[in-house]
Ligand binder design. Structure first.
Ligand SMILES: Nc1ncnc2c1ncn2[C@@H]1O[C@H](COP(=O)(O)OP(=O)(O)OP(=O)(O)O)[C@@H](O)[C@H]1O
Ligand SMILES: [Mg+2]
Length: 416
């Protein structure tokens, strides 16, 4: 890797530290459908792009980005179009021998450039409410299954699609999810040549749970994108700086790892880039105090601000009351602590929020609600439960702290 990536997905040749995970995903996909779970800016799309570009096990990997879709009909048309774009010859082979609507469109567009296909598809599809179902059940999947080609659909930002549908076409959410579930179950994955890899930054379990459709998740293996280890973070800093002939004290990479806390890869990139720029300006050996200065500059930089702001505003979008206010309150309190807060302290804070909202909730329910909230905040990468090794005193009560040191400093600066 030579360039700093500050936002865009990494090219497959530049994707470090993910080989084992990707190999494991391919292995999982042999017999299962998979959900790739990870919070924002941690490298999901990079992993999915890598898989689309370098498929294993004879899969034809078709990837789609569905963040802005809101209707099953668009979803299926997008899949068809992406399949056609990715492998026009395979697509033709699959549908040429089938009779039906897709075949007719193929005949119509044989002379049209690739980009015209989706338009032709859309124009040809009857505008009835459940045309999408017939399209999937009768026209799309049976010929694929009959052809025997191994087709992997890689769907990025799947939960957003479901949430959009919930907002704009709520009556379609349940039919769509049970339709998809049906296709995931029958035929059972080991006997099916179609596989799904669903990804997204919004927690899919939480999303489906809130829609009462958690059973779809049961048909999937949930793979969690590993958090970069301390060694990987240090290796990244060392390699990127050495490659640029930057002089730095040997303890600098460890200092970066310490300041970042649990690293969001994107912030790691920004931080290392910041260090490189500082060196370029002064041309002297970087030390830990440069790391501190860069860290402070990063918090107020515009590059980080948008992304950090996103952590703040996504609570507004995805958490409902009273969890929303409680999340803001708890995070503000934690950001002020030096080493996190205990569950008891968090419960007291949570009870204050309920009181302020004049909500009366029974004691056991309060604990339950807090438990759910902490789980969501953990899943969404805001906080971690500190392990015993992280704790200063042995056998101390368990504590929660910000997952990212950068996010914690930022939260304290602007929202505490
Ligand atoms: N393996 C990696 N090594 C170093 N940096 C990485 C790695 N993976 C991701 N990044 C950093 O994270 C940024 C975002 O990567 P990517 O778009 O793949 O993540 P994402 O989880 O899909 O993000 P989003 O939540 O915005 O969809 C990259 O621009 C890069 O800065
Ligand atoms: Mg992404």
């Amino acid at each position: 890797m030579t360039e700093f990536y500050t936002g865009s997905p990494l090219l497959p040749e530049d994707l470090w530290y993910r080989d084992d995970f990707i190999a494991q995903l391919w292995e999982d996909l042999q017999n299962q459908h998979v959900i790739l779970a990870a919070p924002r800016r941690t490298g999901k799309t990079s992993v999915m792009d890598h898989m689309a570009a370098r498929p294993h096990n004879e899969f034809c990997a078709v990837s789609v980005f569905v963040q802005d879709l809101d209707h099953p009909r668009e979803f299926l048309l997008t899949l068809l179009d992406a399949f056609h774009q990715k492998a026009p010859n395979v697509f033709r082979r699959v549908f040429e021998t089938a009779s039906g609507w897709i075949r007719n469109q193929l005949d119509r567009i044989s002379d049209v450039e690739l980009a015209g296909f989706k338009v032709a598809l859309r124009e040809g599809l009857p505008n009835t409410d459940d045309a999408w179902k017939t399209l999937g059940n009768e026209q799309f999947f049976p010929p694929v299954r009959k052809s025997g080609i191994r087709l992997l659909f890689i769907v990025d930002e799947f939960p957003d699609f479901i949430l959009n549908m919930q907002r704009n076409h709520p009556h379609l959410v349940q039919p769509f999810l049970s339709w998809l579930r049906g296709h995931c179950m029958k035929p059972a994955p080991p006997k099916d040549n179609i596989r799904w890899l669903l990804g997204g930054s919004v927690n899919l379990s939480t999303t489906l749970d809130s829609l009462g459709a958690l059973d779809l998740v049961n048909e999937f293996h949930v793979a969690e994108l590993p958090v970069l280890t301390d060694d990987q973070v240090q290796d990244f800093v060392r390699r990127m700086l050495t490659h640029r002939k930057v002089q730095f004290a040997p303890e600098v990479p460890a200092c970066v790892a310490r300041r970042l806390g649990r690293p969001v890869p994107y912030f790691l990139q920004l931080m290392t880039q910041q260090l490189f720029r500082a060196w370029r300006q002064d041309q002297r050996t970087l030390s830990n105090s440069d790391v501190d200065a860069c860290f402070d500059a990063l918090i107020v930089s515009s590059a980080a601000r948008d992304k950090l702001q996103h952590f703040y505003s996504r609570i507004q979008r995805y958490y409902s009351e009273p969890k929303r206010s409680a999340a803001y309150e708890l995070l503000a309190e934690i950001s002020l602590s030096s080493d996190g807060l205990t569950r008891t302290q968090l419960l007291q804070c949570f009870e204050r929020v309920l009181q302020n909202q004049a909500l009366t909730v029974a004691a056991h329910e309060r604990k339950q609600l807090l438990h759910q909230l902490l789980r969501d905040l953990e899943n969404d990468f805001y906080i971690v439960e500190l392990t015993q090794e992280d704790q200063l005193e042995p056998n101390a009560a368990s504590r929660y702290d910000f997952a990212s040191g950068l996010l914690k400093s930022w939260w304290k600066k602007y929202y505490a």
